[in-house]
Design a protein around this ligand. Structure first.
Ligand SMILES: [Ca+2]
Ligand SMILES: [Ca+2]
Length: 214
């Protein structure tokens, strides 16, 4: 639905700019959204919507003891089968589950998930998405954001194995707003881990991965 209304808006603003400025060479802002087709825009909208659905779903949005969580259970082969908790037919499993959360939301949103696994670095390694190094790209809603917490500066390491955490971008204005799994409510790092909205600087960001349509 959003793509239907956003497309004419872009056209109108470009026309207004062209008429007012008399400069047909004036380019739109160099955001990658200008290159997204309706299908990509729709997937981004769906990914953000599903991230918010999960964040507000008390059946999914908190881990139990020993990192037991719904999302690792959903993928079936992630981590360890040591959990006794069930959500419907899904038996929870124990793992560090940030990537299991993001790939779940990508799948619900209609994005490709081939090659993604429980490691955050799989978003770099997998063919599912398109990687953009930080500084070369303006992040957009629905992107996966890749963090490297340690080291002098954030890096991919050996084929992405230095990446420590992944979340879903919901907005960007110089600072990131994200929805992430296996994180705490605030940067103080206290409380039960779960699915939370986070506000983050890009200081420890390595790069971003754009979803592709299935
Ligand atoms: Ca945890
Ligand atoms: Ca690291």
């Amino acid at each position: 639905m959003l793509r239907v209304t956003s497309a004419p808006r872009v056209t109108t603003s470009l026309l207004v700019a062209a008429v007012a400025g008399g400069a047909l060479t004036a380019a739109p802002p160099a955001t990658a959204s200008a290159t997204d087709g309706p299908q990509e825009q729709s997937i981004r909208t769906q990914i953000v919507a599903h991230a918010e659905i999960e964040r507000s779903n008390p059946e999914h949005n908190r881990e139990a003891a020993r990192d037991c969580n719904f999302y690792s259970g959903y993928w079936g082969n992630s981590g360890d089968n040591i959990c006794s908790k069930w959500t419907g037919p899904i038996k929870w499993r124990s793992n560090q589950w940030c990537a299991d959360f993001v790939r779940f939301v990508w799948k619900q949103g209609g994005a490709r998930v081939n090659g993604l696994d429980p490691f955050a670095g799989s978003f770099y390694r997998a063919p599912a998405g398109k990687y953009h190094k930080k500084g070369t790209y303006r992040p957009k809603p629905g992107d996966a954001v890749l963090y490297d917490w340690d080291g002098a500066r954030p890096g991919l390491g050996n084929n992405g194995w230095d990446i420590d955490h992944v979340g879903v971008v919901t907005s960007y204005n110089g600072k990131l707003t994200t929805v992430e799994g296996n994180t705490t409510r605030t940067s103080s790092g206290t409380g039960t881990e779960g699915v939370f909205q986070r506000s983050r600087s890009t200081k420890r960001v390595v790069g971003y991965v754009s979803p592709r349509p299935r």
